[in-house]
Design a protein around this ligand. Structure first.
Ligand code: GCU
Length: 690
């Protein structure tokens, strides 16, 4: 805690310096006071006799500075209950007698309050401000790194990473200089993230040892992140008792296996008393799991949970379990069904410290998917919702694709219909109308998009996705455009000269709808995939059509789409509660953007929009490329329009927009040509289809 307060102190110094002031002194009990420069007339007087108008204080400080005490008391009165606790990680911000006050019950809350001030900038020190109470929607706001210690021959060092190597490891060893990791902690805290998993869910031999003889590396990373309230988790292999412990089995019901996990976990907590827990990908895409021993996933998760429980740790168990060796000829097997089929029967069988981590969609982070039915199917299980911040299927950080609008739709989706709880509520664990005694929440998890790249995320504009993930995890109701505004202010002010409003307008024009733009020139109407197998970049309509991966579109000369209805298809629609089981079942009521996810329809089928499926495909693909060309014009237009963005940054974005336009044209031409050749239906507007 002391270290965190020290860090807060540094942060205040930096924040004050940004506005031309300086930190005066640390307040008793661990807060501190500062004074933005150039503001005459501040009334309170600091220890050195100088006026100040900023107080950051822990409510545990004794004595609490008088002005902070007044805010605390006033806050309690306003609540009506007299309760003046800011709560874990929460803070109250107020401007009282010309002094801006932030109070928090714990150092993490004070840190988040400080970053709130930084977001407000100069506005934090003008006029009056009513007391505002902020606290996170969920205590679990986690980024999972898919980093490997070694460079994997196919996947590289960071699996699905598009921002260079790992910030933790270089040449198979922990980096000597971890200052970037420290800076990363600060970056994450500023976004609202409070935990990371350091290694890939696919645990290879080298990374497996992070649990045992390489644990010191995890402890070193944790040491850098701790001052920013960031907890560390580890991905572990289910077969560790065999591969690391030399036991003949990893059967979760075997006594020696149980003891092995208990002992290994005890050693972890000796090295890292604030360790978060384990993340497990089991029986999935070749990873070992309990099926090998005829056990269930509840058996598997519970043995790890039992080992973690004495230390307050959790196990996050992924629901991404499906048959990746299916026969493409077999139309009755539906990958979308798999997670629910495997896990729903296990509801209520997991220990309290197991969190089931569910990808937001039933397939795999596609540009458009319905919300996974698992999220609504397990009322007695703690559910975490997993988003993919790294842009595996959304342009790989070469295309601009601001994902907050998609996540916002997912988090706001109400699986039980209007009036029911939203996905964000399930993740937060609010127990309300739909389930009588629902489980606690599992939180929000994102797959990290960060690497050793100088801009952290490869595409500089992809930083907005990292920021938005943290902000939405903290507060799922925030508007994507408002989050973008915050990010623009925080990110561009230091590297830009000229008219900030012009830059803001241009970035909104380029980014606000970039997810829908990406959707419009890639796979149509929710059908998904159509990407190049393996690396998943660029179009390949039939690339996965005759493979074992379960990701098909079934296009023929007459129509396209996957029949997932109960009436004639795989029955997947039946995994949803009403009203969605009915809405998705009906070809008339199904939303256009998901039509081909749920139905196989003729090319002449008329959408709710009034267009036919085939004409929609042509129109959206032509329009999408136009919008990318316009985005490129907007970015170029900044030069000479009174806005000077740091040259290297401008060039990086410009080059990437060139690549995005090239790639979008390729998508447009391949998709349009494919469907024109299949259907024989010409474009109603006579545009050129190669
Ligand atoms: C996708 C991705 C893999 C990843 C997997 C997962 O399939 O392509 O690289 O391992 O998701 O989420 O486990």
């Amino acid at each position: 805690d002391g270290l965190l307060v020290e860090t807060v102190h540094d942060e205040v110094a930096r924040a004050c310096a940004r506005y031309g002031g300086s930190v005066l002194h640390r307040a008793p009990g661990g807060g501190c006071t500062g004074r933005p420069g150039g503001r005459p007339g501040a009334r309170a007087v600091g220890r050195e006799g100088e006026p100040y108008d900023l107080v950051l204080a822990l409510t545990t400080a004794d004595p609490l500075p008088a002005v902070a005490e007044a805010v605390r008391a006033g806050f309690g009165r306003n609540r009506g209950t007299g309760d003046h606790a800011a709560g874990a990680e929460g803070y109250v911000i107020d401007r009282h007698d010309d002094i801006t006050v932030v109070i928090a019950d714990d150092p993490a809350g004070l840190l988040y309050g400080l970053f709130h001030l930084v977001r407000l900038g100069g506005r934090a020190f003008g006029g009056t401000r009513r007391a505002e109470h902020h606290r996170p929607a969920t205590p679990r706001r986690i980024l999972d790194h898919w980093d490997n210690v070694d460079v994997h021959p196919v996947m590289g060092q960071v699996e699905r990473g598009y921002a260079g190597g790992s910030i933790f490891w270089l040449d198979g060893a922990l980096r000597d200089d971890l200052s970037r990791v420290r800076a990363y902690g600060r970056l994450l805290a500023a976004c609202g993230v409070n935990a990371i998993t350091v290694n890939n869910v696919n645990v290879h031999a080298g990374e497996a040892r992070l649990l045992t003889d390489r644990l010191g590396e995890v402890a070193a990373i944790a040491g850098e992140l701790r001052p920013y309230g960031i907890q560390v988790h580890l991905s572990v292999g289910f077969a560790s008792p065999v591969t690391l412990g030399g036991l003949p089995t990893a059967d979760p019901l075997d006594d020696d296996v149980r003891k092995w996990w208990a002992a290994a976990t005890e050693r972890v907590y000796e090295a890292l008393p604030d360790f978060g827990g384990y993340l497990v990908k089991a029986d999935s895409e070749g990873q070992p799991g309990p099926f090998a021993y005829g056990r269930t996933h509840a058996d598997g998760a519970n043995v790890l949970a039992e080992a973690l429980a004495p230390f307050g740790g959790i196990v996050r168990w992924r629901a991404f379990v499906y048959n990746h060796r299916q026969d493409w000829r077999d139309r009755s097997t539906d990958r979308a069904r798999a997670a629910c089929d495997h896990f729903a029967p296990l509801d209520g069988l997991f220990r309290d410290n197991v969190i089931l981590q569910v990808k937001h969609g039933p397939i795999d982070f596609q540009t458009r998917e319905p919300v996974s039915p698992v999220i609504a199917a397990m009322p007695s299980t703690r559910v975490a919702v997993e988003l993919q911040v790294t842009q595996e299927y959304t342009g790989q950080q070469r295309h601009v694709c601001y994902l907050a609008p998609m996540w916002s739709e997912v988090l706001g989706f109400r699986p039980w219909g209007p009036g029911g709880r939203a996905v964000a509520d399930v993740a937060a664990g609010n127990t309300a109308s739909d389930t009588e005694d629902g489980a606690a929440g599992g939180g929000l998890v994102g797959v990290s998009n960060v690497g050793a790249d100088r801009y952290w995320t490869g595409h500089p504009l992809a930083q907005a996705n990292l920021y938005a993930f943290g902000r939405l995890a903290w507060s799922p109701d925030l508007e994507p455009a408002a989050i973008l505004d915050e990010w623009i202010d925080l990110t561009f002010a230091p590297v830009t000269d000229g008219d900030p409003e012009r830059l803001r307008d241009a970035l909104h024009a380029i980014m606000d709808d970039s997810w829908r733009t990406y959707e419009s020139y890639t796979a149509p109407l929710g059908v998904g995939f159509m990407v190049r197998p393996g690396h998943h970049y660029g179009p390949d309509v039939d690339g996965y059509e005759y493979t074992p991966w379960g990701t098909y579109h079934f296009a023929d000369r007459d129509g396209v789409g996957v029949d997932r209805t109960r009436a004639t298809g795989t029955g997947f629609t039946g995994q949803y509660p009403r009203p969605w089981s009915e809405v998705y079942e009906s070809v008339e009521r199904c939303p256009d953007e998901l039509l081909l996810f749920f139905h196989h329809v003729p090319y002449g089928h008329v959408l709710r929009s009034g267009s036919t499926v085939i004409q929609h495909i042509y129109d959206s693909h032509f329009a999408g490329v136009e919008r990318v060309a316009e985005a490129r014009r907007r970015w170029d237009g900044l030069i000479g329009a009174g806005v000077v963005v740091a040259p290297a940054l401008h060039t990086r974005v410009r080059e990437l927009l060139d690549e995005q336009l090239r790639s979008a044209e390729e998508w447009r031409d391949q998709i349009n040509a494919y469907f024109f050749r299949k259907s024989g239906v010409p474009d109603a507007h006579g545009r050129r289809i190669p």
